[in-house]
Ligand binder design. Sequence first.
Ligand SMILES: [Zn+2]
Length: 480
Amino acid sequence: MALYPFLCLVFCLTVSAEFVWKHHNNEELPLVLEEVHQKCPNISRIYALTEPSVCNVPLYVIEFSDTPGFHQPYKPEVKYVGNIHGNEVLGRELLLGLAHYLCDQYLKNDRRIRALIHSTRIHLLPSMNPDGWQLSTDTGGRDYLIGRYNNHSVDLNRNFPDLDAITFEFERQGINHNNHLLKDVTRLAAPLEPETRAVMRWIMSVPFVLSAAMHGGDLVANYPYDESKTGAPDSDYSASPDDDTFRDLATAYASAHADMASATRRGCRTTGADDSGSYNFGKQGGVTNGAAWYSLKGGMQDFNYLATNAFEITLELGCEKYPHAKDLSKEWERNREALLAYLWKAHIGVKGIVSDDSGFIQNAIISVVNITGPVPRPIRHDVTTGAYGDYYRLLTPGHYEVTASHPGYFPVSRVVTVPENQTSAHVLNFRLEPTTSWFDDEIGFGVYPHASRDAQPRIYKRSLYERVASTMLEDKDHKH
Ligand SMILES: [Zn+2]
């Protein structure tokens, strides 16, 4: 008991800590997260990804939710990933600031923040590349490339399995299969780095719906695909099936930012008064398709979309990769509304639960046709249900036919209208009826050539993609 007042004193001092805008080093970063958690223990949780960086720095995440540590049906999960390139540091500090802000505003009874945290599970990974950050910082933070890579000199945003190549090949062959493609990977172009592996395991194990990765060096919200379909190095718009939705997501960030979408701002690499020779993304609403800018293989953004149900965009947060510490609070003001507006985007479209008489159905397929215009347009990218039979299908306003299907059941289709300005997705639940035994799975519902060929137990089974991912990742471990 005698120790208690002392502990309380330490605790109280910690609790009163104010967030300071500066470049937090790798030792300070978890302390900042711990301060937030101590202030807001009931709505936050700190955890580290399954493996640390090459130099053994843990990859810390802070989660906000009213049920920290647990997924709940109807509650979408979102993530922000900062500092994947070690010398692009603004995202790292913005996420530490965002963590403080969410906690402080929650405690101040900010209705919008409380509603967000009660309806959304938010994960913030301030630094995916702490080793690169260290090198960049130790060398003055001014170089365009030093510190970009991890400690094995690998660009982490080129180190993910290239699922674009698989989906483009399926497109060429006329095979309608554009999701959960990790199981179709036969070889990797390069060994997976520990940071990549940690983030892949995270991506595959949490049912994320929405995500953004933060970079620096330009000012634009970039959306899939990053890889061109023709092999052209740049200027080759590479549309995904969800092009409308991705443009809407990127625009949500850009237009809520102080000047990302401003048509009158200067481009980042202009030299004189005339910037016609370089990209000025302000003149195109602050957004770009990835490959329309330049093509890259093995990026994290397209991996999210093609391996899981998550929709990820890439945020280039400013011309300066390593801004001066004195400019960080100004950058926070410029980005704050955009960061919040984007989190709310987890609530667009439709969501629901797929079940039968005996319970939830995992890995049911949700496919969508856009019937807004005169000609129905199938969106050839399905999402699947998770551990509670729940799904989240981000969509722009319009009319849609949504179909739930699963081998062994009759598919069910329903028409739905997605309204403007949603703060909660339209709820659309499905109850499926089993087919009779003579109506075999493979006759009726062979939608995907590889899906569920064996008779898998349909309820409460482990997620297919989680299992495949872990199998694949184990294999790679042996090669190191
Ligand atoms: Zn970058």
